[in-house]
Design a protein around this ligand. Sequence first.
Ligand code: HEC
Ligand code: HEC
Length: 384
Amino acid sequence: MSALGCGSTSSSGVSTDAPQTQPEDGPILPSTPYNYANPEIPAHFLVETEGMHGQLPLMDSDNTPAHNPITDAGATLGRVLFYDVNMSANRTVSCASCHIQEKGFSDDRVLSLGFEDGETGRHSMGLTNARFYLEGRFFWDQRAATLEEQVLMPFQDPVEMGMTLAGLEARAAEASYYPKLFEAAFGDPQISTERMSLALAQFVRSMISTQSKYDTGRAMVARRSDDFPNFSESENHGKFLFVAGPGRGGFGCFVCHQGEGFVAQSAASNGLDATTESDLGYGAVTELAQDDGTFKVPSLRNVALRAPYMHDGRFATLEDVVAHYSDGVQPSPNLGPPFFPNGDGVSQIAMTQQEKDAMVDFLLTLTDDALITDPKFSDPFTEL
Ligand code: HEC
Ligand code: HEC
């Protein structure tokens, strides 16, 4: 490991001789902060989605804690921290290196590259709708109990950013632009990693998707099982297959990808592997056999933007993902419903080619161009 690695830096974790790759005068921010605190919430986020699993209205699955509501100034500070490469040991990597706005805040690598080009242990995750997951745990294996806890972990990861908490505070203190951002967010200019955690969590929670083709269609009908007038026949067919249970000729995807956010209420196994040897997932965190091989069920919003797929990035395309559900589900020890083992222990939901195409067409309607081009989530260190 070089002198800039996490294990061998000075106690502050700061290297002062590293190149500065961002403008010295700091981020370019609007004089009136962007609106993060009060986004427009579509009416369908407030209703319980019909179905047999008591699916929550999306707004009821909000994991925002009472002590950290989103404020415009807080999320603005979070945005600057998110894009600031000075917050990695050798000033080359920011959160946005692996969470790219155009890619639904994920990246297109199987494994991401950290500050010294080391590979991460798993595939990067999209951040769209991170706010809507009531269990509020983060990472594929759900090892972070809250988002506030999660956001400080990449900084300290020896592969990702290679910093210490003391080093982070020192880096923020040496940059001219932070004291006023902390003051706007928290009332005084004091810099602390606790405040960084609050601000970053606010910024990430503000990345909600409300303007996909799906949302436009959903707003035009009373029940989401109704055909959407703005959908093609194939998109509506895919939606039916997604939201109908196996007993009704569908594939029950909604059992895990629930409600209007397409996110579960707990970790699950979708039968990627017959054994849990390669990755115990949540089971390694809880040490309970019932959690072995289960992983966080990612929200499917903006899924089309963030190939490759799954915790290990094993599937290159959505077609590959759908083929897995159709033909490849393995008898994993904790395989979730609706994949009830039958006979050989593997669920059989074999889809026709037309059904596979329809499913992919439906997944594409969850892309939200407004979110991925919204300047309030863009890099403030580059001019638009
Ligand atoms: C070097 C690449 C890299 C960097 C830099 C990075 N991340 Fe990540 N991020 C990942 C990977 C990979 C995962 C999934 C890791 C896992 O689950 O084990 C992840 C997961 C997450 C998650 C969990 C999402 C969920 O739904 O559970 C959040 C939130 C997140 N990162 C935010 C951040 C923030 C904030 C920063 C900057 C402080 C950051 N990341 C920096 C690669 C990166
Ligand atoms: C038993 C719960 C369950 C069911 C049912 C289910 N999924 Fe999943 N899905 C998951 C889990 C868990 C993951 C993440 C698995 C991993 O990476 O280990 C996932 C991942 C995905 C991904 C990749 C997301 C990403 O960001 O990498 C897509 C796309 C997807 N599912 C679509 C579907 C479709 C389409 C159906 C219906 C045919 C379906 N799912 C049914 C649990 C489920």
